[in-house]
Design a protein around this ligand. Sequence first.
Ligand code: ADP
Ligand code: MG
Length: 196
Amino acid sequence: MIPRRFPQSGWVEVVTGCMFSGKTEELIRRLNRARYAKLEVVVFKPSVDVRYAVADVVSHSDERIPCKPVKTAGDILRNVGTASVVGIDEAQFFDASLVDVVNRLADEGRRVVVAGLDQDFRGRPFEPIPQLMAIAEYVDKTLAVCMVCGAPANRSQRMVHRESQVLLGAAEVYEARCRAHWDPDTFDARQEELPL
Ligand code: ADP
Ligand code: MG
């Protein structure tokens, strides 16, 4: 028996946008509110994300919440326990099996809040977030501020010349940019020598 389940069914919330758009802040805000409601909350992130901390989800503004780092989406099912609210950050680093895992958690009556990038640095949909957006009950797109002009930004500009889809980093590697000031083929040449 899972205590304090929601009376009806569970559901899925997706919070998605570019880097620095406040996804992690929003995830932490929602999970803290669930804690005030005395709901059992558990938070996961992929263990590859060691940028700010190993066992915390941390925003660029240094808000944080303890989490369980996991290697695979299957590890989420194995470690979720009796939690009625499940947070997952940096969801774009999990494979496609995350979609089934999230569906199953919601089918069991849990509220699942997932945050992650909607596009990679080339502006391509970043799986499995688009799949999660399709199956979610709620989707919120967050916007950052363009570092060139101050307009609302929905793209992540990679500042160093690396072609791999995954390149861990924060302000030293990426900038938020609007549509007009985003170009995946330009990068800051001064950063070429960074040991990444
Ligand atoms: P995300 O998880 O979407 O990468 P976070 O929630 O970790 O974003 O961080 C959002 C915070 O990042 C903002 O509240 C702000 O303090 C900081 N920040 C840094 N650069 C920007 C930017 N270009 N636009 C908006 N916020 C920024
Ligand atoms: Mg984040």
